[in-house]
Write a protein that binds this ligand. Structure first.
Ligand SMILES: [Zn+2]
Length: 354
């Protein structure tokens, strides 16, 4: 019976998809029936941790692997350099989730790249920026901190042909636990994305360690702004609390749009758009729900050979994202109170009532 209905489904689908594509599609679906249950939960999170003693060797091993893979794409052979990379979590394929911090100030910028490693051009960007900041410490002022997670989805990168999804076939930029996840996520995937496997949001939100890793970066460092590098849509997109709502822009959103404009100006006037966000996306989770201005820099192509020219084009914009005088501008406009009241998660200064 099961076999019969499966045959019927495959038969029907064959009408819509070319014969070979239909076979590949269903072979891929059938493979998923045997994926081991390695989702992240409170019970299993410990098994994804890297102990302090194991951390240096794990980072070293990953960096060596990265050198080999980078060379294959014609990029630098030592992307990590001699930098003090950190990694406290690992993926299901045992790849450490790298991050690094620069500066000790309170004005924090979180920069993410390679969330979707099939988009090749962003992959070297986080590493290059980290090495650049290490060589030019004067770029970070005493009131700033920069956190870079350059390879959010290593499992998707370390396969023959890099994939958008992680090793468990989940798009980690659709897996954040946004308030609309249960209501919309799988429905949108089925209708808008026609069940495209590369955009699968997961069976549950937060089921992927790469998602949990990004959430932890946000929780731990409380960034004032986030920039994530993708490709190939060719624009800068801003996600903030006013997105998709016909309301007047909040002060936070106005400032974030100004930030997107400033980055664009430093990047040869790259196009800025207000693209909608998806259930379970970073822009929705951080920008819409947490009111952290979140910028997506979409490079124009995924052509590995274009990395050098993109680096030259966008380095000034990346540095602008870090140094953009967010708080100072707000103070000048005399709207500090309203601005901070937008940041509901922001810890408020303690007041001594005694
Ligand atoms: Zn992407």
């Amino acid at each position: 019976m099961l076999l019969k209905s499966l045959t019927t489904i495959i038969g029907l689908a064959a009408v819509a998809l070319p014969a070979g594509a239909a076979e590949d599609h269903y072979a891929d679906i059938l493979k998923r029936a045997f994926i081991s249950s390695s989702s992240v939960s409170q019970e299993t999170l410990d098994s994804f941790r890297i102990s302090e003693t194991a951390e240096p060797a794990a980072v070293k091993e990953l960096c060596a692997k990265l050198g080999v893979k980078f060379k294959k794409f014609g990029w630098e052979a030592d992307p990590c350099g001699k930098l003090p990379w950190r990694a406290t979590l690992r993926t299901v394929k045992n790849n450490p989730l790298l991050f690094i911090t620069f500066g000790n100030g309170g004005d924090n910028t979180l920069i993410l790249s390679a969330v979707h490693p099939d988009e090749l051009t962003p992959v070297p960007m986080g590493f290059r920026l980290a090495r650049h900041l290490s060589e030019h410490p004067e770029l970070i002022s005493s009131d700033q901190q920069v956190i870079i997670a350059p390879l959010v989805n290593p499992d998707g990168f370390f396969v023959e042909n890099p994939t958008r999804t992680n090793a468990r076939g989940v798009d980690t930029n659709r897996n954040f636990f946004t308030l609309d996840w249960y209501e919309k996520s799988l429905t949108w995937w089925k209708t808008l994305k026609l069940k495209k496997l590369s955009h699968f949001p997961g069976h549950f939100p937060n089921s992927e360690v790469e998602t949990v890793f990004q959430v932890r970066m946000i929780d731990e460092f409380q960034p004032d702004k986030i920039l994530s590098v993708h490709a190939p849509l060719g624009f800068i997109d801003y996600d903030g609390p006013g997105d998709q709502k016909p309301t007047t822009l909040s002060q936070a959103e106005r400032q974030a749009k100004a930030l997107a404009g400033a980055i664009s100006q430093k990047s040869k006037n790259y196009r800025v758009v207000d693209y909608s966000f998806y259930p379970g996306s970073l822009g929705n989770f951080a920008g819409n729900e947490r009111h952290i201005p979140t910028i997506t820099l979409e490079l124009a192509t995924t052509d590995a050979k274009k990395v050098d020219s993109y680096w030259d084009q966008f380095l000034p914009g990346l540095l602008q994202a870090i140094s953009y005088p967010f708080k100072k501008t707000i103070e000048k406009t005399n709207n500090t109170q309203k601005f901070y009241s937008d940041f509901t998660d922001k810890p408020r200064p303690k007041t001594d009532k005694s």
